[in-house]
Design a protein. Structure first.
Length: 623
């Protein structure tokens, strides 16, 4: 029996983290304290000064635990990791599966590439973004590649190791062929520096120079050349129009403000990259109206920047709790100094006021829709919990499927839904290693064993501090497992869970004759739902998604294997040519659709091998 009064008396006068638990032993809140004794006691004293949210939480507390740390900063880091691990009900929770697109320039390469990515890797590349409008990002990159002949291949090209035959991009003037030594490293770098200037917002001088060249060409009656310069100017101006310039300095900054109504709060964040606003995001915090603004923004900063790939140099806010401590945390994560500032006047204050005004409008006009969408997802999960007699709502659902054709290229797929929404960052795929032939049951057994074995191993390392939580991939276990299949697949899953001494409910998603989910198999009984119910909609969405994810992976492996196996029998096609054809075309179908010149332009291919390949595949196209 937990003696609350006694435990409050023996709390230490040290920094640390405290974990509040309900009657089921679930962690419902995680917090950090400079002095544990003072902070934890506050919850159980006079409740007049408590917010409604805190009052609700305290009424559900049955016991608590605490972990002593050496400093408040260590407590902050531990708090962030534990919140991410347990997703406590009363902590502010933000989506952590959204990775905004960025533009990457691979400056560590002799001949850099430019492309869109959603992950930051510390490999010496330069990143621009993140951007919330993905279509604008891809359009910007396409425009840049139309302006500059930047290579798109993934070849590892060194300046002193060039000399292969250039690909088709060179002949249609989309690449200046560094692989064939058609351009020097210095010439290529000059072009890349122009690209970086454009992405950095330093493109005004370049546009002015192009306009002067256009006028000069026109005066010399070189109208075709003048038109080329004109098109380039228009393309540059198109890139500029994608972003709104609001400052003369090229900086990465975020502006955070909030609005409240009688019940809830909404936090709005504007992203400024290279001195230009390129997107915004908002988050509803239910029952947040009675919380202090500084507390809400402090909690938001911990949650949001713990889950995003990019942290700007400066963050502007109206107010914030633990300002210096949060600066220290973000500085450690960014690995360079981060400032959190509270502007009182000037342009920064005007921008922050703009963010606040947007928060007010968003809360007023879109709150109902945001909450309605959320409630629909929660209703679906509540229905599942009731129908399946689960002890708690299944916040995290994992679904599994197997895909193969007659046992060849067999793969397994795992998709994850949290709070009714797909969490793409947790998706996993498995190439079947131990099963020969078309045996879906044993293939599924292998997939589940690998998944839970890895998860338990990661938990063991985590508990012994051998690995940080952020570095784990399988640590978080599901509240419900859905199998793409019937009783047999459910039985396999239960066997594996018993093997690892895990108690997780398992249901099968049964299909109709059109391969559409019609209900669930649970405890050997088929359960039906109304076709229009949110629960049925969620089940169908999960079923379609896990099937799509599995079959996409299977097809990619099948195409590569099919191409490689066919190429093994083609005269004059050796290992190097097979590899280059595989990289460029991906499938036999793509090669058959290609022209003689397209095949010939593949690295290492010559006229003899191209003719041999076309004859073998019966491609009726002339040189």
């Amino acid at each position: 029996m937990f003696d609350l009064a006694h435990q409050l008396k023996i709390l230490p006068n040290k920094p640390g983290v405290y974990l509040m638990k309900n009657s089921l032993g679930e962690i419902i809140y995680v917090g950090k304290a400079k002095i544990l004794k003072n902070r934890v006691r506050q919850y159980f004293q006079n409740s007049k000064n408590h917010s409604e949210k805190v009052k609700k939480m305290v009424s559900n507390i049955e016991e608590f635990e605490y972990i002593v740390t050496d400093s408040e900063f260590e407590a902050l880091i531990l708090e962030c990791n534990l919140i991410k691990k347990y997703s406590p009900r009363y902590n502010i929770k933000l989506k952590d599966d959204k990775h905004y697109p960025m533009i990457k320039v691979t400056l560590q390469e002799d001949f850099p590439r430019v492309f869109v990515t959603r992950n930051i890797i510390k490999d010496g590349s330069k990143y621009f973004g993140p951007y919330t409008d993905s279509s604008a990002v891809y359009e910007t990159v396409d425009t840049i590649k139309n302006l500059f002949p930047i290579r798109e291949c993934r070849l590892r090209i060194k300046e002193n190791e060039v000399g292969i035959r250039p690909c088709l991009d060179y002949y249609i003037k989309k690449c200046n062929a560094p692989c064939a030594g058609k351009v020097t490293k210095e010439e290529y770098r000059t072009m890349i520096n122009d690209v970086i200037d454009i992405l950095s917002g330093k493109d005004i001088a370049l546009i002015k120079e192009l306009k002067e060249d256009m006028i000069k060409a026109s005066e010399n009656l070189e109208f075709e050349k003048a038109a080329m310069y004109r098109d380039k100017v228009m393309s540059f101006e198109k890139i500029i129009s994608k972003q709104k310039m609001i400052t003369g300095r090229f900086e990465d900054e975020d502006f955070i403000s909030l609005a409240k109504d009688e019940k809830d709060a909404l936090i709005q964040i504007f992203f400024m990259r290279q001195g230009k606003i390129n997107g915004r995001e908002h988050f509803i915090i239910e029952d947040g109206a009675t919380e202090e603004n500084s507390v809400l923004i402090g909690e938001f900063i911990k949650g949001f920047y713990g889950n995003t790939a990019f942290i700007p140099k400066t963050i502007y806010v109206d107010s914030v709790e633990d300002q210096e401590l949060l600066e220290e945390l973000l500085t450690a994560r960014r690995e360079s100094k981060v400032w959190i500032k509270i502007p009182q006047k000037g342009d920064k204050k005007k921008t922050l006021d703009l963010v606040e005004n947007n928060a007010v409008v968003t809360l007023r006009d879109f709150k109902d829709k945001i909450i309605k969408d959320k409630e629909r997802g929660e209703e679906a999960l509540r229905t599942l919990a009731e129908v399946l007699s689960l002890e708690d709502i299944p916040r995290r659902i994992e679904a599994y499927d197997i895909s193969n054709i007659q046992g060849v290229d067999s793969v397994g797929a795992m998709v994850v839904f949290e709070k009714g929404k797909a969490k793409n960052s947790d998706y996993r795929r498995f190439k079947i290693k131990t099963v020969i032939g078309a045996n879906d049951y044993e293939s599924m057994r292998e997939v589940l064993r690998r998944r839970f074995k890895r998860g338990l191993e990661e938990l063991e390392k985590l508990s012994s501090l051998e690995v940080e939580f952020d570095k784990t991939k399988f640590t978080v276990f599901p509240d419900l497992i859905l199998m793409d299949g019937g009783k047999g697949h459910v039985s396999v899953a239960k066997d594996v869970l018993r093997e690892f001494n895990l108690d997780i409910p398992v249901a099968g998603m049964v299909k109709d004759n059109k391969h559409t989910a019609r209900g669930l198999i649970y405890e050997n009984e088929e359960i039906s739902f109304k076709a229009t119910s949110p629960a049925m909609g969620l089940i169908r969405k999960i079923s379609d998604e896990v099937h799509r994810f599995a079959i996409t992976y299977h097809r990619s492996l099948r195409d590569k294997r099919s191409l490689k196996s066919v190429l093994d029998n083609v005269p004059n096609i050796g290992e190097r040519r097979r590899k280059n054809l595989l990289i460029k075309f991906g499938s036999i179908e793509n090669i058959k659709k290609s022209s003689y010149d397209e095949i010939l332009s593949t690295p290492s291919m010559d006229k003899k091998s191209t003719k041999s390949l076309m004859e073998y595949l019966s491609i009726d196209k002339k040189e």
